[in-house]
Structure formats: structure tokens, C-alpha cells
Design a protein around this ligand. Structure first.
Ligand code: ZN
Length: 140
């Protein structure tokens, strides 16, 4: 009985996309919406937030059951790019805060390299370590 149900599930999901990181993230967003809706006093706003959550869940199911696997993979890889970009940005901010006493970070206006410079206060000319172009930088 249980086996037949399991077989039916497998047959139903055959050729369909299933889960990925984007879907997991969307389910997380759904739970955040649901949690927020618990604390919203206004009935209409609470309902609107809940409906938005249900819409997100509908997208999750649509993506899971989709047969257009290439498109779903493209969406997922776009999402992963954004996700890792954000993670990297936060990691860099953490390093900046950690190094704030000794170093300042400036972007070279010519080659866009991120430069870590020793703090010497005031306006001064800096030479880029990558492209060797001089540019003016201000240090507080
Ligand atoms: Zn440069």
C-alpha cells in the first residue's frame, strides 16, 4: 500500500524539476512572511502579507513540478550568483570593520581594483598597486 503510493509519487515527479536552493530560499521567505503576519495587528495588512506568502509558495510548487528544467536551472544559478555575491559583500564588510584601525580600503578609479591602504590622515596621492596610476584619496 505504502509502496504503491511511493511508486506513484516517483512516477509523478519523473521528468519534473524538484527542489533546489532557490526553492529552499523561497520557502524561507514564505516562513518569514508568515511570522510577520502573526505580529501584524491590522487585519487587511495581515491578510495581504499572508496572501503574498501563499503566492510565494505557489511559485515554489510551480518550480518543483515544472518540466522546463533548463529554465529552472537558469533561475537557480542566477539566484546563487546573487546569493554568493551578497555573502561575499558581507564577508568583505566584516574584514573592513576588523581592519578599521590599521587600514582603509579605496577603489582605484582607473582599474577598479580594491586597495588596502595604510592610514595616513588627510588628502594625499596614492599609487595603485595594480595599474600604478596615481590618484587622490582622502583619509579621515
Ligand atoms: Zn589601478
Amino acid at each position: 500500500m505504502l509502496w504503491r503510493w511511493r511508486d506513484a509519487c516517483i512516477r509523478f515527479m519523473a521528468g519534473r524539476y524538484g527542489g533546489d536552493r532557490l526553492n529552499t530560499a523561497l520557502i524561507g521567505v514564505y516562513f518569514i512572511f508568515w511570522l510577520v503576519s502573526l505580529f501584524v495587528r491590522d487585519v487587511l495588512w495581515g491578510l495581504a502579507i499572508r496572501l503574498l506568502g501563499v503566492a510565494i509558495l505557489a511559485v515554489v510548487f510551480y518550480r518543483m513540478l515544472s518540466r522546463n528544467i533548463a529554465k529552472r536551472q537558469a533561475e537557480n544559478s542566477w539566484f546563487l550568483g546573487v546569493w554568493y555575491g551578497m555573502k561575499d559583500w558581507f564577508r568583505r564588510q566584516k574584514i573592513r570593520v576588523r581592519d578599521a584601525k590599521r587600514w582603509r580600503y579605496r577603489r582605484c578609479p582607473y582599474c577598479k581594483a580594491n586597495l588596502r591602504l595604510p592610514i595616513r590622515r588627510g588628502r594625499r596621492t596614492v599609487t595603485c598597486a595594480r595599474c600604478h596610476s596615481p590618484f587622490k584619496a582622502f583619509f579621515l
